[in-house]
Design a protein around this ligand. Structure first.
Ligand SMILES: C[S@@+](CC[C@H](N)C(=O)[O-])C[C@H]1O[C@@H](n2cnc3c(N)ncnc32)[C@H](O)[C@@H]1O
Length: 426
């Protein structure tokens, strides 16, 4: 297992993707994070206690997605590709683009986690169903542990539906061995789970119970803990997560840190932490928070490091658990006839060359090809088949992968890179 190449108490300011890509594989114990929810809001705004304006956007289009990400997903993560396609088809372009943007980051989170690590993804009703399918595609459904409902109360003018007053937190372990500290999170209970009395009639001590998967925790607008940061979450929620899924001295990462609720909770519980946020105002807020909620006497200004550049990996770029990277669909498990392959691919992508985007007048103009040539180790599986026009097929031959062919076509100016990113998910 690699050692961590980022110091404790580091807060990175910037887009989390290059920063996550700079962290060593299998070096973090717990990721607890609360990304934007795809609410369609141009700017969530707030004024921090220190009087600074903060805002971040939560609206997504395919213009936010880079061709490199779609290539990576299309080439290496077929199940994830299907999930994004489904989200795009059923919920619309914004959902497909949001999921793709989030998925490349969650793929990095998965790589960074130790084999015994866990991830908690905080989301709400807007994208929850799609995010659950995305997490299944990345972590594997067998590693799904809980869908935690954080319920709260507060005013909402709801016409024609019930007020929406809960968020969902998806909890996945990376593998089949993970940390879960039952005794650290017990809450009082009327019922003694061990039974009231032992066999010889001695009254048993009631240890309380492990909380259910729904947590009712109020977090009103005037709660003292509030920092004025939009979409701040309560410390109590993140403290419970950290107590349950990490041990003292473990490393906790939050790549969408906001006003650093996860980092403050980790500090209070004796864990190491790394936070990342694109919003510069997060830096001032976290130092104030640590001062107020952890210790007034510690020199947080020097203790919290804010490097200007992403970290450099020191593990030689080692991938993590490669067998988990490609979670193949069942459709790869059997042999398909040429007719079935053609019909499946035409159904999925339409009558379009997947190299240059040309739409020929007849489907027979398109030829079946291996995305990754057999000569380069590509498999005879549905996920490795694609349809190409004759010029693309000849150019690609057995020398280029599909992604390399597309890069050539984009460079030639035959297809627009953003258009490709958009089109691929339709
Ligand atoms: C829902 S808020 C997190 C709130 C946090 N849990 C708290 O209690 O304050 C989402 C955060 O993600 C940040 N964010 C959005 N895009 C980002 C990106 N590409 N990289 C890093 N942070 C990003 C936003 O600035 C925002 O602070």
């Amino acid at each position: 297992m690699a050692t961590l190449n980022v110091a404790n108490r580091t807060l990175f300011i910037g887009d989390n993707l290059p920063i996550l890509r700079g962290i060593n594989s299998e070096s973090v114990d717990l990721i607890a994070t609360d990304p934007p929810f795809n609410k369609g809001v141009k700017a969530f705004e707030g004024i921090t206690k220190a009087g600074e304006n903060v805002s971040y956007k939560d609206v997504w289009t395919w213009g936010d997605v880079q061709a490199e990400w779609t290539n990576e997903i299309l080439g290496n993560h077929p199940a994830l590709y299907s999930v994004i396609q489904a989200a795009n088809a059923s919920a619309g372009d914004d959902m497909g683009a949001f999921l793709c943007w989030l998925a490349v980051r969650v793929l990095e989170c998965h790589r960074i986690l130790k084999p015994t690590g866990s991830m908690y993804l905080h989301i709400d009703h807007t994208a929850h169903a799609y995010a659950k399918a995305m997490m299944d595609a990345i972590f594997g459904r067998k590693n799904f542990r809980n869908e935690i409902v954080w319920a709260y109360t507060g005013p909402q003018r709801a016409l024609g539906h019930f007020p929406r007053k809960h968020d969902t937190i998806l909890f996945y372990s990376k593998g089949d061995k993970w940390v879960f500290n039952r005794d650290a999170i017990r809450i009082p209970s009327k019922w003694n789970e061990l039974g009231g009395f032992s066999k010889d009639g001695v009254k048993r001590k009631n240890r309380g119970k492990v909380p259910e998967d729904w947590w009712h925790m109020t977090f009103g607008p005037n709660t003292k803990e509030r920092m004025g940061y939009p979409t701040q979450k309560p410390l109590a929620v993140y403290e419970r997560i950290i107590k349950a899924s990490s041990n003292e001295g473990d490393v906790v990462l939050d790549p969408f840190a906001g006003c650093a609720t996860t980092c403050v909770a980790a500090e209070r519980l004796g864990r190491k932490w790394i936070g990342i946020d694109i919003n510069e105002e997060a830096t001032g807020v976290i130092r104030d928070r640590l001062q107020g909620e952890v210790s007034k006497s510690m020199a947080w200004k020097t203790l919290v490091k804010t490097p200007k550049k992403p970290p450099k990996r020191t593990d030689g770029g080692a991938p993590a658990a490669p067998e988990l990277r490609v979670i193949s669909r069942k459709r790869n498990a059997r042999r398909w006839s040429v007719k079935e392959v053609r019909e499946t691919l035409l159904g999925e992508n339409g009558q379009r060359c997947q190299g240059c985007g040309w739409e020929p007048p007849y489907p027979d103009y398109l030829q079946i090809d291996h995305k990754k040539p057999r000569s380069l180790g590509g498999a005879d599986e549905m996920d490795n088949y694609t349809l190409l026009c004759d010029p693309c097929n000849r150019l690609k031959s057995n020398k280029l992968t599909l992604n390399e062919l597309r890069d050539v076509r984009v460079e030639e100016g035959r297809v627009d890179a953003v258009w490709w990113a958009e089109e691929r998910w339709r």
